[in-house]
Design a binder for this molecule. Structure first.
Ligand code: C2E
Ligand code: CA
Ligand code: CA
Ligand code: CA
Length: 275
């Protein structure tokens, strides 16, 4: 590239074009994928730490791309959120999760992630109501996972929606706890049913004293407030043992199983460890 300002500018512009074009292609691909039914809900078991029993499955979205294979959400959820397509995808996951859960033992719940963008859509309550009605799943078997960023935006309307969902019998979990700016204050803004301790704290449990202290504080907080605590990203027995010692209620992670398709749920229930 030329050293003068103009050359640099044009080079930069070309770079922007390439990126914008890649984004447009992905967006077109994403829209077509919604039409072509290329999305699938995968499920990861969540176990009660004390009994070892599976108490729930978390639904995690996957894109089965005809050329690129299985695509993880990190590669398409941000764009789906920017373009609003997450609303349709979110409805798809909700319907799949509720329908799939009706064939599981009825003491096993299903957890679904909600994007902050879904809270900006006026249809959220209606789509939860219709997913429950269409599947026949009882509302108390559905957990909705939200992150702190949901509470940052338009919080009055968001709180009203959360209270309405709660009134329907649906439970609300605070996901990725500890990664935001003021996690503790969010616990005061809404009576969450569950706190999900972010994976970053669990992965450093054995190596960092401060992670251990944070886990201890959060599980203690859960106990005092009567809120279930779930540790995410549990990958080994040492982590599970420390969590058990701290009285963490539930654990989820590769130690038990990676997320798998609905057809593997029976297998995940039979075998406590499945890599
Ligand atoms: P999340 O809600 O925090 O989900 C947990 C993520 O951690 C999942 O990644 C899961 O596969 C991964 N994970 C679970 N156990 C372990 C472990 O032991 N070790 C490691 N290294 N990772 C583990 P995944 O499926 O790639 O999803 C990433 C994120 O994408 C989710 O984070 C969630 O924020 C978002 N997402 C996934 N599905 C949906 C969806 O249906 N709707 C919305 N709005 N977001 C979704
Ligand atoms: Ca989650
Ligand atoms: Ca999480
Ligand atoms: Ca996350």
């Amino acid at each position: 590239a030329k050293a003068d300002g103009r050359g640099t500018y044009r080079f930069f512009e070309t770079g922007m074009d390439a990126r914008a074009q890649a984004r447009r292609l992905l967006e077109m691909d994403l829209r077509a994928a919604v039409q072509r039914d290329e999305f699938q809900a995968y499920y990861q078991p969540i176990r009660d730490v004390a009994s070892g029993r599976v108490v729930a499955f978390e639904a995690l979205l996957r894109w089965n791309h005809p050329q690129r294979g299985l695509i993880a959400p990190i590669s398409f959820i941000p764009l789906a959120e920017e373009t609003g397509l997450i609303v349709q995808l979110g409805e798809f996951v909700l319907r799949s999760a509720c329908t799939d859960a009706t064939s599981w033992p009825d003491d096993i719940d299903v957890a679904v992630n909600l994007s902050p963008v879904q809270f900006k859509s006026p249809n959220l309550i209606a789509s939860v109501t219709s997913a429950l009605a269409a599947s026949g799943l009882s509302a108390n078997r559905l957990e909705l996972e939200i992150t702190e960023s949901v509470l940052l935006q338009n919080s009055e309307a968001t709180l009203t929606t959360l209270h309405e969902l709660r009134a329907m019998g649906v439970r609300i979990s605070l996901d990725d706890f500890g990664t935001g700016y003021s996690s503790l204050s969010y616990l005061r803004s809404f009576p969450f049913d569950k706190i999900k301790i972010d994976r970053s704290f669990v992965s450093e449990l054995a190596t960092r004293e401060d992670s251990m202290a944070i886990i201890r504080a959060v599980t203690g907080l859960g106990r005092s407030l009567g809120i279930v605590t779930t540790a995410e990203g549990v990958e080994n027995d040492a982590q599970l043992e420390l969590l058990r010692r701290e009285g963490c209620t539930q654990a989820q992670g590769y130690l038990f199983s990676k997320p798998r398709p609905a057809s593997d749920v029976a297998m995940m229930l039979e075998r406590p460890r499945l890599r």
